[in-house]
Design a protein around this ligand. Structure first.
Ligand code: GLA
Length: 390
């Protein structure tokens, strides 16, 4: 549910006082429909921006200081633009700090700012709260530095570098791209090898996209994520030694499985096979959408989850349980974990006329098994980063 600009400004003024012009920017979270863990393997991904995310209110300062304050975290910090360094108590401020460092590297003439952040995404649930914070900050800081129409693809790449190099998570480009480039009523097909993309209309008539949060905190996600990435890099190196001109795992197809089996073993083989198969599933799912075959789209979502569970090994028992309870509901066409995994959310295609029955079923069974609650969000494909109007 969109929040009004004046509400965010009122909160800003409670912290920073009533003087001066304040602008408010919003960048959404995302849910990935299919194409998981292949945005760092040159694969195709199919995320959509959702209608919750991060609001950033900014007022320009006459000096070179940046004040940070958040509605969600009880923590304030002031930094100087001349010297931006990571500190042990940075907490959420590491994201905007990383963005500022990358903007300095990109030669932005940054202004001092008072910054107030409000987020309505659940943190650490796999809906890209960090990417939405990074992109909202990058856009807000660029506008405050005088850039009227910042290049959104370039900003998403800058935000990714902030996460890779300052925060230290070697994420791919999907989340920042979706947050910057989302479009109402559309999902985004992105080829992460070429960065070519298309906004694909997503007007489902019989089904709706439902997210369910396992409320299992994603403890190991950062280290396991980097470990998966390293395994894929080792697999690619081994393949490149045998086959010239291969730039990424997802450049390989079904015809290369023989080669994979010959060159790789153990985890590397499993990860590489998953990447090749997941990329093929995304391309198949586009064909299915074109012919309005949403049943096939759902089957591919199911196969994606099963591969993430068995071959990529990034699911967990809570996500697997939620997915299987979700698939038990009549008319559900597909259900899979979404995002990095190890906890967080699942995404499902649920018949429009049985959403309540669906929620009741998964909530009851999941609670009985895990003692955890499930939070359910019904989401709509939404616009990417923008300034809030009056
Ligand atoms: C995280 C990363 C993305 C992507 C997904 C898995 O969300 O930030 O780049 O790799 O995991 O698909």
């Amino acid at each position: 549910m969109a929040i009004k600009k004046e509400k965010v400004i009122a909160k800003f003024r409670e912290v920073y006082g009533s003087k001066g012009d304040v602008s408010v920017y919003f960048s959404p979270g995302r849910v990935n429909l299919i194409g998981e863990h292949i945005d760092y393997n040159g694969g195709h991904v199919f995320p959509m921006a959702i209608d919750t995310g991060t609001y950033v209110a900014v007022r320009k300062r006459p000096d070179k200081k940046v004040n940070f304050c958040s509605y969600n975290f009880d923590m304030k910090k002031t930094i100087g633009l001349e010297k931006i360094e990571a500190q042990p108590d940075d907490n959420w401020i590491k994201y905007p700090k990383g963005v500022l460092v990358e903007m300095k590297n990109a030669k932005y003439k940054l202004a001092g700012m008072d910054v107030f952040v409000y987020g309505d995404l659940p943190n650490g649930a796999g809906l890209s709260s960090s990417a939405s914070l990074e992109v909202a900050c990058a856009y807000a800081f660029a506008r405050t530095a005088g850039k009227k129409n910042p290049d959104l693809v370039a900003l998403s790449l800058l935000a990714q570098r902030a996460e890779n190099d300052f925060v230290g998570v070697k994420c791919g480009i999907m989340d920042q791209f979706a947050s910057a480039m989302g479009k109402k009523s559309h999902a985004i097909l992105l080829n992460t090898e070429t960065m070519k993309y298309a906004h694909v209309p997503l007007t489902l008539t019989t089904h709706t996209i439902v997210i369910a949060n396992s409320n299992k905190k994603r403890g190991l996600v950062d280290s396991e994520y980097n470990a998966r990435r390293a395994e894929c890099e080792r697999a690619l190196k081994a393949i490149q030694a045998k086959k010239k001109g291969v730039k990424s795992l997802c450049q390989l197809g079904a015809g290369d499985v023989g080669l994979l089996k010959k060159v790789l073993s153990g985890n590397e083989l499993k990860r590489a096979r998953f990447a090749v198969e997941e990329n093929a599933r995304v391309l198949d799912s586009m064909k299915a959408l074109k012919r309005d075959d949403i049943k096939k789209f759902g089957e591919l979502m199911n196969a994606s989850h099963d591969g993430l569970r068995d071959m990529y090994e990034v699911s967990c028992k809570e996500l697997d349980a939620l997915v299987s309870f979700s698939r038990e509901v009549p008319g559900v066409l597909g259900s899979r974990m979404t995002g990095a995994g190890f906890g967080g959310c699942i995404v499902s295609l649920v018949p429009k006329n049985s959403v309540e029955q669906y929620i009741e079923h998964i909530y009851t069974k999941y609670k009985a098994l895990t003692r955890l609650d499930t939070d359910v969000y019904i989401v709509h494909p939404s616009d990417g980063v923008h300034e809030l109007e009056d």
